[in-house]
Write a protein that binds this ligand. Structure first.
Ligand code: URA
Length: 236
């Protein structure tokens, strides 16, 4: 069971805050009954907002997209910029699982399966996301060790599950580093690297758990196989 506003937000219909507004105004029903804030529902319940079903039992769809730069990780953008859903040819109400920054490239999953989305984004499931970053300046051995041991961001430590310097380019005064982490706070990689005074110039997410970008070019996508979906569910 989950809070209804969470299920609504995951359906892509509106934000969690907006969902709370609808609930407070008595505009939300579960299986035909008006509900109040704090009520929980299961993903199988029928949820309506002003009598529109928002979690219809449409077939579940799962996509893996190689996100390009200059793309927003949401369903709609108020400034009419490209969003990740624009790339996927489907009429289902899919939405991205987690977010990548506007200029971050790489792997992102999209689905209309709120339950799986939940599993993948919940920090307790410790699913590793691996990023490669090109940063300004040369990362020193001391800075590398500080990152490896874990750095504190907003009073919480983040310790990489994987870290490796890929390249140091003295001519351009840049370094390339690969970092794996299991959490998903906003701009987390950029903020980790800022703690050792390196600005991220380019960022790409290479993998999410066992999934990577093999066979795809920027802007391309593929459906996940049933086997992959089952494997993702088993990460719970
Ligand atoms: N960390 C960031 O700084 N940006 C992203 O897009 C993803 C992780």
């Amino acid at each position: 069971m989950e809070r209804i506003q969470k299920i609504i937000a995951e359906s892509g219909f509106c934000s969690r805050r907006k969902a709370e507004e609808y609930i407070s105004k008595g505009q939300v029903k579960i299986n035909g009954q008006v509900v109040s804030l704090g009520t929980k529902a299961s993903y199988d319940d029928e949820i309506t907002i002003n009598d529109t079903i928002i979690n219809s039992k449409e077939e579940k769809e799962y996509y893996l997209l190689y996100k390009k730069e200059k793309t927003i990780s949401s369903v709609k953008d108020e400034h009419e910029r490209d969003t990740v859903t624009d790339y996927i040819d489907t009429s289902s109400r899919i939405y991205p699982v987690g977010r990548l920054d506007y200029n971050t490239t790489g792997i992102i999953l999209l689905t209309n399966d709120g339950e799986l989305s939940n599993i993948l984004t919940h920090p307790s499931h410790k699913i590793e996301k691996r990023y490669s970053a090109k940063v300004s300046g040369i990362i020193t051995p001391d800075e590398f060790m500080r990152l490896k041991k874990g750095v504190v961001i907003d009073n919480r430590k983040v310790t990489p599950t994987y870290i490796k310097i890929k390249k140091v380019n003295k001519n351009s005064n840049t370094s390339s580093i690969t970092i794996g982490i299991t959490e998903g706070r906003n701009h987390i990689i950029k903020r980790m690297l800022e703690t050792v005074n390196h600005e991220v110039i380019k960022l790409k997410r290479e993998s999410i758990g066992f999934l990577n970008l093999e066979g795809l070019k920027p802007g391309e996508y593929r459906k996940l196989t049933i086997k992959e979906v089952k494997r993702l569910y088993s990460l719970k």
